[in-house]
Design a protein around this ligand. Structure first.
Ligand code: ZN
Ligand code: ZN
Length: 273
């Protein structure tokens, strides 16, 4: 019979041997810059830091953090001044505003613009680590008071999921409950929910489409699963995605969530374009 070990024991053993396995990994596969391929000296590289994946020259001045001044509604980042509504939000009738707040970890520029497609289209899954860490920091900054009821990664259509092999939005929050527990020493009241919202239409890639065509492309792309209807009703939902450009994907998802009685829909993305 196989010995049964307590989870905590297994965790502490694997933690103790982690440095050894990291060393073996480094000796066998010396780290190379994901962009230019240069071998990097990684003596003390922290696997949750961008510097573990990009050489100094590709990293440049590093990822630009998402920080004020920005538009309090859509998260559009300004170069200077105070937080204020952007032109696009001012033009829209607030009654039709569906998403309450869009917040991000990083600005979609520089090394981030290189790193996100590597992660998403070339399956550089190791990047999930630094991404998840910076995303959790933004979660702490913007979504702790009050906390959401559901953390909901934007789903992929099953066909796209099969092609890609993973949902990048889910990979950005997979360990959120663990990170939360480590930080606050209690379990979160919310859960990461990948069952409630489904993508039922296989849409063309959005890249290269203008906002109107994106909206049309996405119409009725999402559905709340029948079993989840009571969960969505009156819930404060936090949608998670990798990049927010025109926001048509999140807006369409929000439209469906509100139709099922969601109380509030906020958006947290890794990078705001
Ligand atoms: Zn490089
Ligand atoms: Zn705005």
């Amino acid at each position: 019979m196989l010995p049964v070990f307590k989870k905590s024991f297994v965790r502490s053993v694997s933690r103790r041997f982690q440095p050894v396995s990291d060393l073996v990994q480094t000796l066998l596969f010396p780290p190379r810059c994901l962009k230019c391929g240069t071998y990097m000296d990684s003596g003390t590289a922290d696997p949750s830091a961008f510097s573990a994946y990009f050489c100094k020259s590709c990293l440049g001045s590093g990822p630009r953090p998402f920080e004020p001044p920005f538009c309090p509604w859509c998260g559009h980042v300004f170069d200077q001044g105070e937080n204020h509504l952007c032109e696009a939000c001012l033009k829209k009738n607030p009654r039709f505003r569906r998403i309450s707040r869009v917040r991000a970890s990083l600005v979609y520029s520089g090394v981030v613009k290189e790193a996100v497609p590597l992660f998403k289209y070339q399956s550089r899954l190791s990047l999930a680590r630094p991404f998840e860490r910076v995303l959790f920091r933004a979660f702490e900054t913007y979504f702790m008071e009050p906390e959401p009821d559901l953390v909901l990664p934007v789903p992929l259509h099953v066909r796209r999921l099969r092609q890609r092999g993973f949902n990048q939005a889910y990979f950005l929050v997979r360990h959120f409950p663990d990170l939360y527990f480590r930080k606050f020493h209690r379990n979160p009241s919310w859960q990461v929910d990948i069952a409630s919202l489904k993508r039922v239409v296989h849409t063309r890639p959005q890249t290269g489409l203008d906002e109107k065509s994106r909206r049309k492309n996405l119409r009725n792309a999402f559905q709340v699963s029948p079993k989840a209807q009571s969960r969505i009703k009156k819930a404060r939902v936090l949608l998670i995605d990798d990049v927010f450009t025109t926001g048509s994907t999140c807006r369409e998802a929000a439209r469906v969530l509100f139709r099922h009685g969601a109380d509030r829909v906020d958006v947290l993305v890794l990078a705001r374009a």
